[in-house]
Design a protein around this ligand. Structure first.
Ligand code: IYR
Length: 222
Protein backbone atom coordinates (compact mmCIF):
# COMPACT_ATOMS: atom_id res chain seq x y z
CA UNK A 1 0.00 0.00 0.00
CA UNK A 2 1.22 3.49 -0.80
CA UNK A 3 2.10 5.43 2.26
CA UNK A 4 -0.64 7.72 3.44
CA UNK A 5 -0.42 10.61 5.83
CA UNK A 6 -0.96 9.40 9.38
CA UNK A 7 -0.19 5.76 8.55
CA UNK A 8 2.97 3.68 8.97
CA UNK A 9 3.86 0.29 7.44
CA UNK A 10 2.76 -2.79 9.42
CA UNK A 11 5.69 -5.16 9.96
CA UNK A 12 5.39 -8.41 11.89
CA UNK A 13 6.63 -11.97 11.58
CA UNK A 14 4.00 -14.45 10.40
CA UNK A 15 3.99 -18.25 10.32
CA UNK A 16 2.72 -21.01 8.04
CA UNK A 17 2.30 -24.76 7.73
CA UNK A 18 3.49 -27.01 10.57
CA UNK A 19 5.05 -24.17 12.50
CA UNK A 20 1.75 -22.29 12.51
CA UNK A 21 -0.13 -25.38 13.74
CA UNK A 22 2.43 -26.06 16.45
CA UNK A 23 2.32 -22.47 17.69
CA UNK A 24 -1.46 -22.30 18.00
CA UNK A 25 -1.61 -25.68 19.69
CA UNK A 26 1.09 -24.78 22.19
CA UNK A 27 -0.58 -21.47 22.95
CA UNK A 28 -3.94 -23.12 23.54
CA UNK A 29 -2.33 -25.69 25.85
CA UNK A 30 -0.55 -22.92 27.72
CA UNK A 31 -3.71 -20.83 28.13
CA UNK A 32 -5.68 -23.89 29.19
CA UNK A 33 -3.46 -24.13 32.27
CA UNK A 34 -4.75 -20.80 33.57
CA UNK A 35 -6.94 -21.10 36.63
CA UNK A 36 -8.65 -18.57 38.85
CA UNK A 37 -7.03 -18.88 42.28
CA UNK A 38 -8.32 -18.01 45.72
CA UNK A 39 -5.38 -19.41 47.71
CA UNK A 40 -2.47 -16.97 47.42
CA UNK A 41 1.02 -16.95 48.90
CA UNK A 42 2.16 -13.71 50.52
CA UNK A 43 5.47 -13.98 48.62
CA UNK A 44 6.27 -10.53 47.21
CA UNK A 45 6.11 -9.75 43.51
CA UNK A 46 8.36 -6.88 42.34
CA UNK A 47 6.65 -3.64 41.36
CA UNK A 48 8.48 -3.70 37.98
CA UNK A 49 6.77 -7.03 37.19
CA UNK A 50 3.31 -5.61 37.90
CA UNK A 51 4.13 -2.52 35.88
CA UNK A 52 5.12 -4.65 32.88
CA UNK A 53 2.03 -6.84 33.15
CA UNK A 54 -0.18 -3.74 33.19
CA UNK A 55 1.57 -2.27 30.16
CA UNK A 56 0.93 -5.55 28.32
CA UNK A 57 -2.76 -5.21 29.26
CA UNK A 58 -2.74 -1.64 27.98
CA UNK A 59 -1.84 -2.89 24.47
CA UNK A 60 -5.44 -4.10 24.07
CA UNK A 61 -7.57 -2.68 21.28
CA UNK A 62 -10.12 -0.06 22.31
CA UNK A 63 -12.91 2.02 20.78
CA UNK A 64 -11.25 4.78 18.70
CA UNK A 65 -8.01 3.90 20.52
CA UNK A 66 -9.23 5.89 23.54
CA UNK A 67 -7.71 3.30 25.94
CA UNK A 68 -10.46 4.08 28.45
CA UNK A 69 -8.84 2.36 31.42
CA UNK A 70 -6.85 3.03 34.58
CA UNK A 71 -5.15 0.22 36.48
CA UNK A 72 -4.65 0.89 40.20
CA UNK A 73 -1.98 -1.41 41.63
CA UNK A 74 -2.10 -1.71 45.41
CA UNK A 75 0.54 -3.29 47.63
CA UNK A 76 -0.11 -1.04 50.66
CA UNK A 77 -1.15 -3.27 53.58
CA UNK A 78 -3.35 -0.53 54.97
CA UNK A 79 -5.27 -0.03 51.70
CA UNK A 80 -5.59 -3.80 51.11
CA UNK A 81 -7.08 -4.08 54.61
CA UNK A 82 -9.58 -1.29 53.89
CA UNK A 83 -10.55 -2.99 50.62
CA UNK A 84 -11.01 -6.35 52.36
CA UNK A 85 -13.18 -4.85 55.08
CA UNK A 86 -15.42 -2.99 52.63
CA UNK A 87 -15.65 -5.96 50.23
CA UNK A 88 -16.56 -8.38 53.03
CA UNK A 89 -19.30 -6.03 54.21
CA UNK A 90 -20.91 -6.03 50.76
CA UNK A 91 -20.36 -9.76 50.25
CA UNK A 92 -22.01 -10.55 53.59
CA UNK A 93 -25.19 -8.90 52.31
CA UNK A 94 -24.79 -10.74 48.97
CA UNK A 95 -24.49 -14.16 50.57
CA UNK A 96 -27.26 -13.45 53.11
CA UNK A 97 -30.09 -12.27 50.89
CA UNK A 98 -28.96 -10.31 47.84
CA UNK A 99 -28.04 -13.39 45.76
CA UNK A 100 -30.81 -15.72 44.58
CA UNK A 101 -31.02 -19.36 45.74
CA UNK A 102 -30.10 -20.56 42.24
CA UNK A 103 -27.07 -18.26 42.19
CA UNK A 104 -25.92 -19.60 45.57
CA UNK A 105 -26.48 -23.13 44.21
CA UNK A 106 -24.30 -22.34 41.14
CA UNK A 107 -21.51 -21.10 43.43
CA UNK A 108 -21.44 -24.21 45.64
CA UNK A 109 -18.73 -25.91 43.60
CA UNK A 110 -16.41 -22.94 44.14
CA UNK A 111 -16.72 -23.08 47.94
CA UNK A 112 -16.94 -19.29 48.16
CA UNK A 113 -18.39 -17.24 50.98
CA UNK A 114 -18.17 -13.64 52.21
CA UNK A 115 -14.74 -14.13 53.81
CA UNK A 116 -12.01 -12.83 51.46
CA UNK A 117 -8.56 -13.32 53.07
CA UNK A 118 -6.87 -13.21 49.65
CA UNK A 119 -7.54 -9.47 49.54
CA UNK A 120 -4.90 -9.06 52.27
CA UNK A 121 -2.64 -12.04 51.54
CA UNK A 122 -1.97 -11.48 47.82
CA UNK A 123 0.98 -9.09 47.44
CA UNK A 124 -0.89 -6.97 44.88
CA UNK A 125 -4.46 -6.04 44.10
CA UNK A 126 -5.04 -4.54 40.68
CA UNK A 127 -8.30 -2.62 40.40
CA UNK A 128 -9.30 -1.97 36.80
CA UNK A 129 -11.31 1.21 36.32
CA UNK A 130 -13.27 2.11 33.20
CA UNK A 131 -13.28 5.71 32.08
CA UNK A 132 -16.65 6.50 30.54
CA UNK A 133 -15.58 10.00 29.48
CA UNK A 134 -12.59 12.32 29.42
CA UNK A 135 -12.66 15.91 30.55
CA UNK A 136 -10.85 18.27 28.17
CA UNK A 137 -10.99 22.05 28.69
CA UNK A 138 -14.01 21.60 30.99
CA UNK A 139 -15.74 19.65 28.22
CA UNK A 140 -16.95 16.05 28.58
CA UNK A 141 -15.86 13.79 25.71
CA UNK A 142 -17.43 10.34 25.77
CA UNK A 143 -15.34 7.23 25.19
CA UNK A 144 -16.65 4.43 22.98
CA UNK A 145 -17.40 0.76 23.67
CA UNK A 146 -16.00 1.29 27.13
CA UNK A 147 -16.98 -2.06 28.73
CA UNK A 148 -15.85 -4.00 25.66
CA UNK A 149 -12.51 -2.17 25.61
CA UNK A 150 -11.86 -2.56 29.33
CA UNK A 151 -12.98 -6.20 29.18
CA UNK A 152 -10.41 -6.83 26.45
CA UNK A 153 -7.66 -5.07 28.43
CA UNK A 154 -8.59 -7.15 31.49
CA UNK A 155 -8.30 -10.32 29.38
CA UNK A 156 -4.87 -9.24 28.21
CA UNK A 157 -3.98 -8.54 31.86
CA UNK A 158 -4.97 -12.07 32.91
CA UNK A 159 -2.97 -13.55 30.02
CA UNK A 160 0.10 -11.48 30.99
CA UNK A 161 -0.24 -12.61 34.62
CA UNK A 162 -0.47 -16.23 33.47
CA UNK A 163 2.52 -15.80 31.16
CA UNK A 164 4.52 -14.55 34.17
CA UNK A 165 3.70 -17.79 36.04
CA UNK A 166 1.65 -15.80 38.51
CA UNK A 167 -2.00 -16.32 39.42
CA UNK A 168 -5.03 -14.09 39.77
CA UNK A 169 -8.70 -14.00 40.61
CA UNK A 170 -11.24 -11.95 38.67
CA UNK A 171 -13.21 -10.71 41.63
CA UNK A 172 -16.28 -8.50 41.58
CA UNK A 173 -17.37 -7.62 45.10
CA UNK A 174 -20.72 -6.08 44.44
CA UNK A 175 -21.50 -3.19 44.50
CA UNK A 176 -17.95 -1.98 43.96
CA UNK A 177 -18.32 1.78 44.39
CA UNK A 178 -16.42 1.66 47.70
CA UNK A 179 -13.28 1.25 45.56
CA UNK A 180 -13.69 4.73 44.05
CA UNK A 181 -13.71 6.15 47.56
CA UNK A 182 -10.88 4.09 49.04
CA UNK A 183 -8.66 4.79 46.00
CA UNK A 184 -9.82 8.39 45.64
CA UNK A 185 -10.64 8.04 41.92
CA UNK A 186 -12.13 10.84 39.79
CA UNK A 187 -15.82 10.99 38.79
CA UNK A 188 -15.25 9.74 35.22
CA UNK A 189 -13.85 6.41 36.48
CA UNK A 190 -15.96 3.45 37.61
CA UNK A 191 -14.56 0.22 39.10
CA UNK A 192 -14.70 -2.65 36.60
CA UNK A 193 -12.81 -5.58 38.14
CA UNK A 194 -10.73 -6.26 41.23
CA UNK A 195 -7.85 -8.65 40.57
CA UNK A 196 -5.59 -9.99 43.33
CA UNK A 197 -2.26 -11.09 41.83
CA UNK A 198 0.58 -13.16 43.26
CA UNK A 199 2.09 -16.60 43.61
CA UNK A 200 -0.20 -19.51 44.48
CA UNK A 201 -0.13 -20.81 48.06
CA UNK A 202 1.83 -24.08 48.31
CA UNK A 203 -1.30 -25.98 49.29
CA UNK A 204 -3.58 -24.12 46.86
CA UNK A 205 -6.68 -25.96 45.68
CA UNK A 206 -8.87 -25.23 42.67
CA UNK A 207 -12.36 -26.53 41.94
CA UNK A 208 -12.55 -29.69 39.83
CA UNK A 209 -14.40 -28.15 36.88
CA UNK A 210 -14.03 -28.46 33.12
CA UNK A 211 -14.08 -26.18 30.10
CA UNK A 212 -16.60 -26.54 27.29
CA UNK A 213 -15.58 -28.68 24.32
CA UNK A 214 -14.95 -27.25 20.86
CA UNK A 215 -18.34 -28.51 19.67
CA UNK A 216 -19.99 -26.48 22.40
CA UNK A 217 -18.20 -23.21 21.71
CA UNK A 218 -17.46 -23.13 17.96
CA UNK A 219 -19.85 -22.99 15.03
CA UNK A 220 -18.14 -23.05 11.63
CA UNK A 221 -19.83 -21.74 8.50
CA UNK A 222 -17.78 -23.06 5.51
N1 IYR B 1 -18.94 -11.86 44.30
C1 IYR B 1 -19.14 -13.02 45.16
C2 IYR B 1 -19.99 -14.08 44.53
C3 IYR B 1 -19.46 -14.73 43.31
C4 IYR B 1 -20.13 -14.57 42.12
C5 IYR B 1 -19.72 -15.21 41.00
I1 IYR B 1 -20.80 -15.03 39.28
C6 IYR B 1 -18.60 -16.05 41.02
O1 IYR B 1 -18.17 -16.69 39.88
C7 IYR B 1 -17.92 -16.24 42.22
C8 IYR B 1 -18.36 -15.53 43.36
C9 IYR B 1 -17.81 -13.58 45.65
O2 IYR B 1 -16.76 -13.17 45.13
O3 IYR B 1 -17.79 -14.39 46.55
Amino acid sequence: MDSEKGFIPFKRTSFEGEELKKRVQEFYQFMDQRRSLRDFSDKPVPKAVIENIIMAASTAPSGANKQPWTFCAISSREIKKQIREAAEKEEFVNYHGRMSDSWLEDLKKFGTNEIKPFLEIAPWIIVVFKRSYEEENNEKKNNYYVSESVGLASGFLLAAIHHAGLVALTHTPSPMNFLSKVLNRPKNEKPFLLIPVGYPAEDALVPDITRKSKDEVIVFYE
